[in-house]
Design a protein around this ligand. Structure first.
Ligand code: TYC
Length: 108
């Protein structure tokens, strides 16, 4: 049995048609920053630039959203990369003695 559906065209050439995949793609994860009363706004902007490749304007908008609404999405990644971002941001915040919290959640 051929692995894919075959169509025989005129002149006997054969086309392999695209077939529906039966596996679902792996889930993606949102990486979020949580608000607190102590981490300086400028530090949060630096985090967003350094770890999430945002420019100053994007970083400022996300920081202000977190400040006003309590949390905000920094990026959406496969599980391993999301987990690495959470670890990197948490370690960086700890080194600078800020309580900034970074978490991940499945992007359902
Ligand atoms: N709320 C902080 C302040 O007023 C700023 C802040 C923003 C802290 C975003 C954490 O994820 C955060 N200095």
């Amino acid at each position: 049995m051929p692995d894919r559906k075959e169509t025989t065209q005129r002149e006997d050439s054969v086309v392999l048609e695209p077939r529906k995949s039966r596996v679902k793609p792996p889930p993606l994860y949102r990486v979020l920053l949580l608000n607190d009363d102590f981490t300086p706004m400028d530090f949060v902007i630096v985090v967003l630039e350094k770890f999430f490749s945002m420019n100053r304007e994007q970083a400022t908008l996300v920081m202000l959203k977190v400040h006003r609404e309590g949390k905000g999405v920094c990026g959406i990644y496969p599980k391993d990369l999301a987990s690495t971002k959470v670890e990197q941001v948490s370690a960086f915040a700890r080194q600078h003695q800020h309580p900034l919290a970074c978490v991940m959640e499945e992007n359902t």
